[in-house]
Design a protein around this ligand. Structure first.
Ligand code: ZN
Length: 151
């Protein structure tokens, strides 16, 4: 065991073990949380309006295949963090935008009834709740009235 060859063999064996440990550890850890967040996104099936997680990989086009319809009807979900009474919540509601469903007009959250837009912002402590359908339509009517008066 005290021979030079024996020492080299032991060193080589240790290096191999170390490489295997690193490899196993890396594959066990998977992606970093930041990487996973950008790739594993929440989608909604336009046909069934159910949400599912889908890993966005390079070369993937939208719509993505939906596990509910079995067809390419998966669109990125917007997240609504509001409640009916204008409070924020930590467990957001996934919302499918009307534009993805080829429905005209703005999208309102099925849970709280508030306006949802593309890249819907998550609320800050001082942000105001988005308008409900009634508020939105009242505001639009007021704007139209103002425009009529100016003409
Ligand atoms: Zn909502």
């Amino acid at each position: 065991m005290q021979s030079k060859a024996g020492k080299y063999a032991a060193a080589g064996f240790l290096a191999v073990v170390l490489l295997i440990v690193i490899f196993v550890f890396k594959s066990f850890m998977g992606d970093s949380p930041a990487e996973a967040a950008t790739r594993d996104r929440l989608f909604m099936c336009a046909e069934t309006e159910k949400s599912f997680r889908y890993k966005l990989e390079k070369g993937v086009t939208i719509p993505v295949p939906s596990p509910y319809s079995g067809k390419e009807t998966g669109y990125p979900a917007e997240l609504c963090y509001w409640t009916k009474d204008g409070q924020t919540k930590t467990d957001p509601t996934p919302v499918l935008l009307n534009s993805y469903k080829h429905v005209p007009g703005p999208t309102f959250c099925p849970d709280c009834g508030r306006l949802v837009v593309g890249h819907n912002p998550s609320p800050d402590p001082d942000s105001k709740p988005p308008p409900t359908r009634e508020e939105y339509e009242a505001r639009k009517a007021a704007q139209e009235q103002l425009r009529d008066q100016q003409e």
